[in-house]
Design a protein around this ligand. Structure first.
Ligand SMILES: NC(=O)c1ccc[n+]([C@@H]2O[C@H](COP(=O)([O-])OP(=O)(O)OC[C@H]3O[C@@H](n4cnc5c(N)ncnc54)[C@H](OP(=O)(O)O)[C@@H]3O)[C@@H](O)[C@H]2O)c1
Length: 250
């Protein structure tokens, strides 16, 4: 990881869960990390402690990644402050409890805007800024899901994560065709103990029941995976990682 020391990373959805654990690890390895979310308060709560520990630094930024104009503002900020980006972890993502037969179109649109279109905008803007800064060894890491490998009982969410599989591979092919050495990776977790299920079900019991049914992954397990992928030598591109709890049967 030494080669990332002092380099610039963006982690979307960096205030809790997988994103927060990833921000902490990247700061630990000396990176300058812009962490974004819609709510600034939890990000601000992380800053003092993380920046005291170092050796890297965290910079909070308020951004709704379902909105292109806010993403573009964030990339302008990164360009002004650091002049470059080296790593982009597209982690912000969510699911409504919705179905094809009875769901609301506005919920579906929001999920696709955040989980798919927002990620595409971040991929495009990251590569644009990398090229501007002469960074040819950058890395885009997308947080997919096991639900993007096999259709789950949340088909709309699965649809967004299947799309992300295709987009991650498409990005790899476009970069290769452009003779770029920027790498792209998708990390696909099974169940991780975070607020994700509580937010989706809006009901603590359902999440608790699932988390009690097996030893689930922890956010740090996914952050460790990000570090493993980034730590590979520059000529090694780990494209696709599936990581699930040992006890998760389906
Ligand atoms: N937990 C799991 O079991 C699991 C399994 C497989 C894949 N994943 C994927 O892992 C990623 C992270 O999930 P998590 O479990 O860590 O979820 P989480 O605990 O709910 O955290 C989500 C993070 O994303 C931010 N966020 C939500 N909507 C946003 C928006 N519109 N713009 C910017 N930031 C936004 C949240 O902050 P704000 O609310 O303040 O914006 C928060 O920081 C997601 O892509 C999810 O699909 C999770």
């Amino acid at each position: 990881m030494e080669r990332w020391n002092g380099k610039v990373a963006l982690v979307t959805g960096g205030s809790v869960g997988i994103g927060k654990a990833t921000v902490e690890k990247l700061v630990h390895y000396g990176m300058k990390v812009v962490a974004c979310a819609r709510n600034l308060e939890p990000l601000n709560e992380m800053v003092a402690e993380l920046n005291k520990k170092g050796p890297g630094e965290m910079v909070p930024f308020k951004c709704d990644c379902s909105k292109e104009e806010e993403i573009l503002e964030m990339f302008d900020f990164i360009k002004q402050k650091f002049g470059a980006i080296h790593v982009c972890v597209n982690n912000a993502g969510m699911s409504f409890e919705t179905s094809i037969l009875s769901g609301k179109t506005e919920d579906w649109k929001y999920m696709f805007d955040l989980n798919v279109i927002g990620v595409c905008v971040c991929m495009r803007e990251s590569v644009k800024l990398m090229k501007f800064a002469g960074v040819d060894d950058g890395h885009i890491i997308n947080i997919g899901s096991l639900a993007g490998k096999k259709v789950s009982n949340k088909p709309l969410y699965s649809g967004t994560k299947f799309a992300l599989q295709a987009l991650n591979e498409g990005l790899r092919m476009e970069l290769c065709a452009a003779k770029s050495h920027i790498r792209s990776t998708i990390i696909c977790p099974g169940f991780v103990v975070t607020d994700f299920l509580y937010r989706m079900y809006k009901n603590k019991e359902v999440g608790d029941k699932l988390f009690d049914s097996m030893e689930c992954l922890k956010s740090e397990d996914i952050a460790d995976c990000v570090i493993y992928v980034l730590g590979a030598p520059a000529h090694v591109e780990i494209n696709d990682v599936l990581i699930r709890p040992t006890e998760q049967a389906l």
